[in-house]
Ligand binder design. Structure first.
Ligand code: MN
Length: 239
C-alpha cells in the first residue's frame, strides 16, 4: 500500500503505463497526478479516461487541464451543431501555441456521453491536496504558491491562478513542516544538473517532479512513503 506522485503527463500515455509497470502499481496503491494530464502529447484524452476509470488515481488541476475545461462546452456545442469551433483569442492560444490541438481533436472524436463524462470529471477535481503519511505532511500543488509563498499563508486564501501558473524558484516553500510536491516547470529549466531528474530544493522540503517527459527528457515519479524516485525514459523527440 504505497502513495505515489507524478505530474505533467501531457498526453504521454505510453510512458505513464511503463511507469505503472515499473512501480508495480496495484489497486492497493494511490497515485496523485499533480496537474497537466492534457496537451502537447498525443494521448491526452485516452490518458484522462484511464485516470477517470481508476478510483485510486487522483487528479490535481494544472493550467493545461483548466485550459481544456474552460473551452470544453464550446467544443461540445460546435460538435452538436456540426459547426466550426468559434475561435476566441484564448482558445486560439490554447489550440495553436500550447498543445491544445491534439486534446481538442481527440475530444471531438468521442461520443457525447464520453464528452460529458470528461466535462463532469473535470468539474469535480481540486487545485491542491494536503496529505499526511507516516507523520510527514505533504502539499501537492501544480505550480506552487506563486507570489503567496510567505510564512503564515492560508491555502484557502490563495487565488487558484497562483496555484497553477507562476514559475517558482527551487526553494519556494514557505512551510517549516510541510514537504511540497510540485510540477509545471520541467526540471531541466532549473539547470542542466537537473536534466531528466526530480529537483530538490536546498532544504529538501520541496520536490519539483516534472522531469520534462513530453519534451523528450524523462517521466519521474516519487513514492511519498519513503521518497524513493522512479524514472522512465521519454519516447518523445528531445527539444
Ligand atoms: Mn503546467
Amino acid at each position: 500500500m504505497s502513495t505515489y506522485a507524478i505530474s505533467d503527463l501531457h498526453g504521454c500515455l505510453h510512458e505513464f503505463d511503463e511507469m505503472l509497470e515499473r512501480i508495480a502499481f496495484s489497486s492497493y496503491d494511490e497515485m496523485y497526478i499533480v496537474g497537466d494530464v492534457c496537451d502537447r502529447g498525443s494521448d491526452s484524452i485516452a490518458l484522462l479516461q484511464k485516470i477517470m476509470k481508476h478510483d485510486n488515481m487522483h487528479l490535481i488541476f494544472g493550467n493545461h487541464d483548466i485550459w481544456f475545461h474552460r473551452h470544453i462546452q464550446t467544443l461540445i456545442d460546435a460538435k452538436r451543431e456540426g459547426s466550426e469551433v468559434p475561435l476566441s483569442d484564448d482558445l486560439r492560444l490554447w489550440l495553436d501555441c500550447n498543445g491544445g490541438f491534439a486534446t481538442a481533436d481527440a475530444f471531438m472524436e468521442l461520443d457525447y456521453p464520453d464528452c460529458y463524462d470528461i466535462k463532469l470529471y473535470l468539474e469535480n477535481q481540486v487545485f491542491y491536496k494536503e496529505l499526511t503519511l507516516l507523520g510527514r505532511k505533504f502539499l501537492l500543488v501544480h505550480a506552487g504558491l506563486g507570489s503567496y509563498c510567505h510564512k503564515g499563508v492560508r491555502l484557502s486564501a490563495v487565488p487558484v491562478s497562483e496555484l497553477i501558473w507562476p514559475h517558482i524558484g527551487l526553494d519556494d516553500n514557505p512551510f517549516d513542516d510541510v514537504t511540497m510536491i510540485v510540477g509545471h516547470l520541467p526540471t531541466f529549466l532549473y539547470g542542466p544538473e537537473y536534466d531528466g531528474i526530480i529537483a530538490h530544493g536546498k532544504k529538501k522540503s520541496i520536490l519539483h517532479i516534472d522531469c520534462g517527459c513530453v519534451f523528450g527528457h524523462s517521466l519521474g515519479c516519487v513514492r511519498l512513503d519513503d521518497m524513493a524516485e522512479f524514472y522512465v525514459p521519454s519516447r518523445h523527440r528531445r527539444l
